[in-house]
Write a new protein. Structure first.
Length: 243
């Protein structure tokens, strides 16, 4: 197991173990996790490309009655994630070391009510010199379309997919979802007002034919650099995005 640090999420409500160098959870993980809300007690959730577990740990904290699974290709991150789950007492959370290209995955397709993911960056991006980050940003060489297809494959009919990605990936994302999912909701994320949105969150429902819509923008910071009230409540208190 690599050298790791003891960090916290949600204002120290969750302990997370992360490698000293390499891929580490960011505020994006917490913000994306807040999209899932009002789920049924028997719903289950899959975190694809779970990294150090930032997304799924937040979900396990909020939905203690629901089964949550993480898929991650980097064995050292899986080991740290399972250690984090144990440290927090999340018996409903399990991580698997697997490549989404594998044929014999531990979970069958069409098994999940909700699939959530911070997908890899475009294959055209400049790779990170850090091997862990480079692999996280281009998970086993998977392009975004293949990644989204896998996520949809794991969803039950009319299940929900939740993604966060850079704004320039919107076109490729919508193309990958075309004729496979509907009820698409797009949330542009702005660091501050009067700036260009660099990230977006997208919700899509498998097999739905409901038209897409663009929701109100989400601002993470005030002009003075402090978090907005809404961002503060999501990042510190674990508030649902739609509260």
């Amino acid at each position: 197991m690599p050298n790791f640090t003891n960090d916290y999420l949600l204002d120290k409500k969750i302990k997370i173990f992360q490698p000293v160098s390499g891929y580490r959870a960011s505020s994006d993980a917490v913000i994306l996790s807040s999209l899932i809300a009002n789920i049924k007690s028997d719903d289950n959730i899959l975190d694809v490309g779970s990294g150090t577990g930032g997304i799924s740990l937040c979900l396990a904290h909020r939905f203690k009655q629901n089964q949550i699974v993480g898929f991650e290709i980097q064995e050292e991150l899986v080991n740290l994630s399972n250690l984090s789950a144990k440290e927090n007492g999340f018996e409903n959370l399990t991580y698997y070391n697997c490549d989404i290209k594998e044929k014999n995955l531990p979970i069958k397709p069409c098994s999940f009510n909700h699939v959530i993911s911070n997908p890899p960056y475009s294959k055209n991006d400049m790779p990170s010199p850090n091997k862990s980050k480079a692999l996280a940003h281009n998970h086993s060489g998977q392009d975004l379309t293949s990644w989204i297809n896998f996520c949809l494959k794991m969803l039950k009919p009319f299940g929900y997919l939740y993604l966060i990605n850079r704004a320039e990936a919107v076109s490729e994302t919508l193309t990958a979802l075309y004729n496979k999912a509907g009820n698409i909701q797009i949330v542009p994320i702005y660091s501050k007002e009067n700036q260009v949105a660099k990230r977006v969150m997208i919700i899509a429902q498998k097999d739905s034919k409901t038209p897409a819509k663009i929701l109100s923008p989400f601002y993470t910071h005030n002009q003075d650099g402090s978090y907005t009230d809404r961002a503060e409540k999501i990042l510190r208190q674990g508030m649902s995005f739609f509260d």
